[in-house]
Design a protein around this ligand. Structure first.
Ligand SMILES: NC(=O)C1=CN([C@@H]2O[C@H](COP(=O)(O)OP(=O)(O)OC[C@H]3O[C@@H](n4cnc5c(N)ncnc54)[C@H](OP(=O)(O)O)[C@@H]3O)[C@@H](O)[C@H]2O)C=CC1
Ligand SMILES: Cc1cn([C@H]2C[C@H](O)[C@@H](COP(=O)(O)OP(=O)(O)O[C@H]3O[C@@H](C)C(=O)[C@@H](O)[C@H]3O)O2)c(=O)[nH]c1=O
Length: 300
């Protein structure tokens, strides 16, 4: 990125991805990052979106805020569809009006999980639940309003911030010796800080170049795959090494852990397209898990 300082606006202030972007952008001298969340930007109030975004005069927008409670969405579908489905379209309309690029974050849960291999960007989407359906609508409304976009589908995001599986496991292990965790759902645990680095690279590429091959939908998840039980076991193994809580993982089938929303059995994402176009390859999940657990237990 050459020339003057650029301004990036990310939606949401307390989200894992927004907070990771804020942390990672601090060391980038030619980029100002502003996080815009409630009450100034409420995605449930579609009529408020344009005004708050335009007032920031951004050079690029990262649409990261979302309704992320997968189970709650099943009974609160109106809110989920508004925030995850319609609001991204409104953000994209603003980006088109301002003639700036948009990076929109989507999810592996747009897939039904029936494929035996990793999903590519061309695979058919068929979400299993309301959250996935609402995020898929968000992809569609973004596409309808601007071609100058990247939709980044990520997965199983964890970080030292907010609410995520890694923090839940460490909390549960404070009070339990054994934790039941499903072993028949497979995906790519993705560290939000590494994802933030990827988002920053993609955003800078979009600002610097009009090339169509940099635009469209891309998968952006951590390298390597795991079941939730594998992920939990490694979290505890690492935690024990750094003097933190440990629990035995009891591997169970999904049928033994009923939840309101159905989750895909396989939502592994093939991320080769992102590496080829943007030169972004996210690190191996175990490496990042170790880094986050260490940060939580040792470097605090
Ligand atoms: N978490 C995950 O495992 C995965 C996430 N994704 C996607 O990545 C993106 C980032 O996720 P992540 O950072 O983990 O999400 P978080 O759940 O950590 O944060 C979501 C953010 O969205 C904000 N938000 C929710 N509703 C509104 C609203 N009506 N108006 C304004 N802001 C709102 C929240 O605000 P507040 O803090 O005020 O509640 C919060 O800041 C999302 O698009 C998500 O769908 C994709 C795959 C996996
Ligand atoms: C807490 C817990 C969960 N589980 C299971 C339930 C579920 O199948 C799986 C993951 O549970 P969670 O509810 O933490 O994760 P979930 O909300 O399904 O996570 C998803 O969030 C959204 C936002 C995404 O976009 C997805 O990529 C994915 O990260 O682990 C156990 O087996 N044992 C447990 O003790």
């Amino acid at each position: 990125m050459s020339g003057t300082k650029k301004k990036m606006v990310v939606t949401g202030t307390e989200g894992q991805v927004a907070r990771s972007l804020l942390e990672r952008a601090r060391s980038i001298e030619d980029l100002d990052l502003v996080a815009l969340g409630r009450p100034r930007l409420d995605l449930a109030d579609l009529s408020s979106i344009a005004k708050s975004l335009i007032s920031e005069k951004p050079d690029v927008i990262v649409s990261a805020a979302a309704y992320t409670s997968v189970d709650k969405a099943e009974e609160d579908s109106e809110a989920a569809f508004k925030v995850n489905g319609h609001a991204p379209g409104e953000i994209a309309r603003v980006a088109a009006d301002l003639n700036i690029p948009l990076v929109h974050i989507s999810t592996d849960y747009v897939f039904d999980g029936g494929k035996n291999e990793a999903y590519t960007e061309g695979d058919i989407t068929a979400p299993a639940g309301v959250y996935g359906h609402s995020k898929l609508l968000g992809e569609q409304t973004v596409r309808e309003h601007t071609t100058n976009h990247v939709i980044l589908r990520t997965a199983w995001v964890y970080s030292p911030f907010g609410k995520n599986f890694l923090l839940t496991m460490l909390r549960l292990a404070e009070g339990r010796d054994v934790i039941n965790v499903v072993d028949d759902q497979i995906g790519n645990p993705t560290c939000a800080l590494a994802l933030a680095d990827g988002i920053l690279t993609v955003a800078r590429n979009l600002i610097s170049s009009d090339a169509p091959e940099l635009r469209g939908v891309f998968h952006a998840a951590g390298s390597g795959s795991a079941s939730w039980a594998d992920f939990a076991a490694y979290i505890f193994e690492t935690s024990r090494r750094y003097g933190g809580p440990f629990a035995e993982v009891q591997r169970i089938p999904t049928s033994a852990y009923p939840t309101p929303a159905r989750r895909p059995a396989n939502s592994r994402l093939d991320c080769a397209k992102l590496e080829a176009a943007h030169g972004v390859l996210l690190p191996f999940w175990k490496q990042c898990t170790e880094m986050i657990v260490r940060r939580l237990l040792v470097d605090r």
